[in-house]
Structure formats: C-alpha cells, structure tokens
Design a protein around this ligand. Structure first.
Ligand code: HEC
Ligand SMILES: [Cu+2]
Length: 317
C-alpha cells in the first residue's frame, strides 16, 4: 500500500468509509463503461449505411420512451442507493462510539508543520509535541483542530477523512487505529510555499507502549551531563530559545516545534528530512535551502556553534 492510499483503511472509522469508497468507485466506473459502450454502439451501428441523414423520413418509431424510462429508472435506483449508503456511513462515523473514553489531542496546523497538545485535566500531564503523534491502538482519539495562520486541512487517509483547520474556529474530528503502524498524514488545503512539505505521522502502538511513550515525553530534558554540554546548551538557548522550547532549559519559545525529545522523532521539519545527525546539521545550517520559505531563519552559526547546537540536540532523547 502506498502511504497516502485511501483505498484501504485501518480502524472502526475507516472501514465503513473504505467500503463506501469502493462501492461508489465501482458504481461510477460501471456507469462510465456502460454509457460509453451504448454511445459507441449507437454511433457505429448505422443500420442503413447507403442513406444520408436527409433521406430518412421523420416518423415515429415506437419504443424510444421505454429506453428513457429504463435509463432514468436505473440511474434513480443507483443514486438512491448511493445517497442512503453515504448518509448511513456519515451517521456511523460522525462521532466515536458512545462510552468509548477517547483520548483528546489538540492539533494546530501552521505554516508548515503540525503542533500537537495531548490534553489532560491535570496540566502537568499536558504534552506538547510536533509532527509525529503516537496513539494507542483500539482507543478512539478526538482531534481538535486549530488553524494558526491560514487554512490547512488535516488528512490521514488510512484512518480518517479530511477536516479543515480554520483560524478562529475549532473543528473536531476523530480517528482510531486497530493495528499498530505508522500512518502518514498530509495537509490537503493549499497553504503556501511549503504546503507539500507539511506531512505528519500517526504512530499507533499498543496501549502499554503508548503509555510509556507519553510518560517519557512528559519528562523534561535531563540537565547537561558535562561542562562542555552546559556550554552547548547555552549556545542553543541563545540562538534558538526564543522560538523553540526545551523543557528543563531556559529555551521557552512557542512558535516552533518543541524540541524536548527531538531524538524520539524519525523525521525533521514535518517529514521533510530524515532525523539523522547529518540531516539535522544540514537543516540548522541552512533551513531555507532545505525547505525554502520555512519560518525558521538561517541563523548563520559559526562551525563551532553548529557543532555545539547539534551535539546538544542529540542528547534530547
Ligand atoms: C524565528 C524562529 C526560529 C528560530 C530562531 C529557530 N527556529 Fe528552528 N524551527 C522554527 C520553525 C518555525 C520550525 C518548523 C519548520 C518547518 O517545519 O517548516 C523549526 C524547526 C526546527 C527543527 C525541526 C524540528 C522538528 O520537530 O521537525 C529543528 C531541529 C530546529 N528548528 C532547530 C533549531 C535550532 C538548533 C535553532 C538555533 C540554532 C533554531 N531552530 C532556531 C523556528 C525557529
Ligand atoms: Cu498546510
């Protein structure tokens, strides 16, 4: 399966939608094939090739109306089936099943990355992270969608359809994965230069693995383990702290991805780069070269500063 295929789904929300997708696809394709065949047949099967059009007398030939009735009848039945089926699916997937204790994640779409906050009544358990969202298998997840700047659209084709993130409004959708896996999502509302590099990943894992992930993510970054690392951290706080947060350091910016557990993510900059030491250094040295237009500026660090910052970031497991 290709990562963004919508022809197969995984989870109680996706199954009825996938069945409907296939049903409508089969009906539509059959209609096109049947109509095309009939038109071609009508065009090609001239009964009296020697006559030109003007020679044919205008006269009533009997059964034409019957054909119209048949065509309209078949179309009406098929359209009715489609409508009823679509309504039934919409009703079924409109909300998580009653009594199902969903997890709630608030997702903010912004140019050009996704911020996630795992909500909790206890503020010390609210987690902020970016672009890669872990969820427990078999539990519904409510997704509250916020637009930070322009309209984006949240789409994880294998799990849920598209829902817009609109500035000034909160939209709510939900999803559930019933198999562990890594499901790719994508912004699907054109939102500017790097719209195509605004991916996200939903990583579904067993409830135990998810709980462990959440507990680890809630921890602050450890204090630097050596005097050299203390210096590296200072370079980071100075140059990067006004935009990025690393909990447990003086860096507390909120306009860019939280980097407290950067090394637990597999990609950088919303799926644009793999999270490898080389790509990380390349990103920090020249974000505008990697993702032209990105809201992270080129900071023109010296070689030494770049090494310091990447060394420090690599301790953020
Ligand atoms: C003016 C604000 C700003 C400053 C200063 C800034 N960044 Fe960023 N940074 C961003 C934004 C915005 C993004 C998201 C970019 C995107 O995906 O398009 C980002 C993304 C990143 C990412 C990828 C994070 C992820 O989860 O994918 C890393 C790593 C990063 N910045 C490191 C740094 C470092 C190191 C510095 C200091 C040398 C720095 N940034 C300075 C705004 C900033
Ligand atoms: Cu977008």
């Amino acid at each position: 399966m290709t990562p963004l295929s919508y022809l197969s789904g995984f989870g109680i929300k996706a199954y009825p939608v996938t069945a409907l997708t296939w049903g409508l696809l089969i009906i539509s394709v059959s209609v096109v094939v049947i109509v095309t065949t009939l038109v071609l047949w009508g065009v090609l099967a001239r009964r009296q090739p020697e006559q030109s059009i003007g020679d044919v007398a205008v006269e009533r030939r009997g059964t034409g109306l019957g054909w119209l009735g048949l065509g309209v009848g078949i179309s009406a039945v098929l359209l009715l089936i489609s409508v009823v089926w679509t309504m039934a699916v919409l009703a079924k997937v409109s909300a998580p099943p009653p009594g199902s204790n969903p997890l709630t994640i608030e997702v903010t779409g912004q140019q050009w990355w996704w911020k996630a906050r795992y909500l909790n009544a206890d503020p010390s358990k609210v987690l902020t992270t970016a672009d890669e969202f872990h969820i427990p298998v078999g539990r519904p997840v409510r997704v509250k969608l916020i637009g930070a700047d322009v309209i984006h659209s949240f789409w994880v084709p294998a799990l849920t359809g598209k829902t817009e993130t609109i500035p000034g409004q909160t939209n709510v959708t939900w999803l559930e994965a019933d198999k562990p896996g890594r499901y790719r999502g994508q912004c699907t509302e054109y939102c500017g230069q790097q719209h195509a590099h605004m991916a996200l990943f939903v990583i579904a894992e067993s409830p135990a693995a998810f709980d462990k992930w959440l507990q680890d993510q809630l921890k602050s970054a450890p204090a630097p383990a050596s005097p050299a690392l203390v210096q590296d951290q200072q370079v980071f706080v100075q140059h990067c702290g006004e935009c990025h947060t690393v909990r447990g350091s003086m860096a507390g910016g909120s306009v860019a991805p939280d980097l407290t557990h950067l090394m637990s993510r597999t990609t950088l900059a919303a799926g644009t780069l793999p999270n490898t030491p080389g790509a990380l250094a390349g990103w920090i040295a020249d974000p505008q070269g990697q993702k032209p237009g990105t809201k992270m500026p080129n900071l023109y660090l010296s070689g030494q500063e770049l090494t310091a910052v990447t060394t420090y970031l690599q301790t953020l497991k």
